[in-house]
Design a protein around this ligand. Sequence first.
Ligand SMILES: [Ca+2]
Ligand SMILES: [Ca+2]
Length: 251
Amino acid sequence: MKTLLILLATLLSVPVLADSETEPNNDQSIADTLIAGEFMSGRLSHDEDVDYFEFVLSGGAESLELVFGSPNVMGTENRWLILVQRASDGILVYQEVLGPTADLQITRNIDIDNGWHWVSVRPPGGSLATPNDVYNITITPDNFTPSVGAIEGVWQDNFSSYYSIHEGADGLLYIELSTNPFGWNAYLGSRIEDMAVLNLVVGPGTATLELTFTSSSNYEARYLSCQTEGGDPCAAAPGELLYTSTKVFAD
Ligand SMILES: [Ca+2]
Ligand SMILES: [Ca+2]
């Protein structure tokens, strides 16, 4: 197990589920594609640089979560103008000048319909300087469902524990890569849309775990039921948020 954790720590320096802009992307006809739930990074290289991205919503999307950050930015002076535009008629569905800080990305929920859209990132104009730090942008529609295989990989929760997810036609295997000296735990079950329901198959006691994927790189974990080996209720009550995880490695 120790070897595995060292291996994981080595792998974790590699960002995953991420893409970078491809210049020139300065108008709508050569926009880069945003994938729901995946991180896109870019940079305004000069005062005339505009970065266009495009995405298509389907299946009855009604709102879009847009997350905008700049993880290495120094201070609070950096501002980017973000526009979201419907391609069919050019209507602006969102525009705002955003100033994320290194420790605080910005999240907005935007009312939106199905169809093709553009996001553009540009200098803020006026007396504000063009920021030259790297920015990142992630969009996730409210009806988002990860595709089969998109959630495979190694995940880390907000308490620094690791998990491994394996998904195929036969179901979803979820392994807790615990440092617990008494052994490891595994759950088996299946996923429908954004929710997996999994039963403990290796480990003490009985438990049914529910994972809710809010994107291809985030989920929340809760027990639907849980009993210890001695038949007592587990410390965490059913429905209580146990942890949130982010994806840290994929093939
Ligand atoms: Ca750029
Ligand atoms: Ca550009």
